[in-house]
Write a protein that binds this ligand. Structure first.
Ligand code: MN
Length: 234
């Protein structure tokens, strides 16, 4: 096969304990999946799950023990952090039942759904797509993917984020409105899940702005710590 220009490099995330990387196909994100975050955004938390996507090349893989760098994005004056449990799909499927979801999961990671909150808010108000608020360059920093067998019980894991050493978000994955199996059931009714898909499962309350020079550090249970510094706009 030849192309009219060199295809872009495959987006990929390291896998803990393995030499092979996890090739990213799509990034699905669940909106408002913790009650107290839904409430802080002005909703009840009782609505059915809904989804948006980020491009695969929005990932910024950060090795365990490293501090990644994310450039402050253009156009926004209100860049928000959202710490999330990320589910990595290893076996695709459609119409997957929640009870069968586990066998489709390759592993888990800690991720940040970085958000241009001012632009997202403007798009919401106008009934327009969220892409400009959610799906920009470097909007998905992520730690190494931990294979499911090594991840422990992520369903009861503490999830937290600190900015410059101070607590911003702290909750527990058990507080998800739609749990991992239910999320996969809903997602796979709408899209054919594929190996390489990542699912950002939603963020707990406490989302807030970050500025150039801030260091974000977050974790989910036994999945390690994700550390990112906000760099000046490129
Ligand atoms: Mn989110």
């Amino acid at each position: 096969m030849s192309y009219v220009f060199e295809p872009a490099a495959q987006a990929a995330v390291p896998v803990q304990g393995r030499a092979e990387q996890f090739p990213v196909h799509r990034i699905y994100c669940v909106g408002r999946n913790y009650v107290e975050h839904a409430q802080e955004m002005g909703f009840t938390g009782r609505e059915p799950p809904f989804f948006f996507l980020k491009p695969a090349d929005a990932v910024v893989p950060v090795a365990q023990g490293d501090t990644g760098s994310v450039a402050y994005p253009s156009l926004t004056r209100n860049l928000h952090h959202e710490i999330e449990l990320v589910v990595a799909i290893g076996t695709g499927g459609r119409n997957i039942k929640a009870a069968d979801a586990q066998k489709h999961i390759f592993g888990y990671a800690v991720g940040l759904d970085m958000t241009r909150r001012d632009l997202q808010g403007e798009m919401k108000k106008q009934g327009r797509p969220w892409c400009i608020g959610k799906a920009f360059e470097q909007s998905a920093p992520i730690g190494p993917i931990v294979p499911a067998a090594d991840a422990g019980d992520v369903t009861q894991a503490e999830i937290w984020l600190q900015v410059n050493g101070e607590d911003r978000q702290r909750s527990n994955v058990s507080k998800l409105i739609w749990n991992i199996g239910e999320t996969i059931e809903h997602l796979s009714a709408a899209w054919d899940l594929q190996p390489g898909d990542l699912i950002f499962t939603g963020t707990p309350e406490g989302v807030a702005a970050v500025n150039v020079g801030d260091t974000l550090m977050g974790s989910v249970g036994g999945l390690g710590t994700l550390s990112v510094k906000i760099a000046p706009a490129e």
